[in-house]
Design a binder for this molecule. Structure first.
Ligand code: ZN
Length: 193
């Protein structure tokens, strides 16, 4: 009979599921519900996975606090509907577009997308001429939303975070640092790219 692929184990006070997969070594993660999952190649002894998890008990504890804080923040500010969010972000982009028309691909208003992104507030694709925004951004203060819009527009001219990029952001929003700081609370806000 085949060996079960997933087993529940306990190490260093941490209960976790061990799944056997074709991974190089040992992977460990804390899921959004706070449960802990490890995966390891079949040749790694379970005792070695236990030791790996036990050595990271503190890290697991901190990661659990982070996911708990995140779900509290999400419960406090429910996400808007996607269509509503898209209309809102598109209107915001259209308001700023005239300032950036000369650097937008083809000189045209970029496509605007809203996605359920967890790790970024916004992104800019030079290739497709698309500005994409996290659905969660719509729950943040307007000043912060404007900052993300300007940040992403500036990437059409500067596809990096060079001093020239920040100078371009600062020309449109001289107080961009204060606006950016709004996105860092509540922890752990996603980063911005
Ligand atoms: Zn960026």
């Amino acid at each position: 009979m085949a060996q079960p692929k997933t087993a529940v184990r306990r190490a260093g006070g941490v209960e976790y599921t061990l799944t056997r997969r074709r991974v190089r070594n040992i992977n460990l993660r804390v899921r959004a519900d706070g449960s802990v999952a490890a995966s390891a190649a079949s040749w790694v002894p379970a005792s070695a996975v236990d030791a790996f998890v036990a050595a990271r008990a503190d890290w697991v504890c901190r990661a659990r606090q982070r996911v708990a804080a995140r779900s509290e923040a999400e419960a406090a500010a429910p996400l808007p509907g996607k269509a509503e969010a898209l209309a809102h972000m598109r209107a915001l982009c259209e308001a700023y577009y005239p300032l950036f028309a000369s650097t937008c691909p083809g000189g045209r208003m970029p496509k605007v997308a809203v996605r359920n992104m967890h790790t970024r507030w916004g992104s800019c694709s030079l290739r497709t001429g698309t500005l994409a925004f996290s659905l969660r951004l719509c729950t943040m203060p307007a000043a912060a939303q404007e900052y993300v819009v300007v940040h992403e527009f500036c990437h059409f001219a500067h596809p990096d975070h060079s001093p020239a990029f920040w100078a371009a952001v600062g020309r449109v929003l001289p107080d961009y640092r204060a606006r950016r700081a709004m996105l860092r609370t509540p922890p752990p806000g996603p980063g911005i790219d």
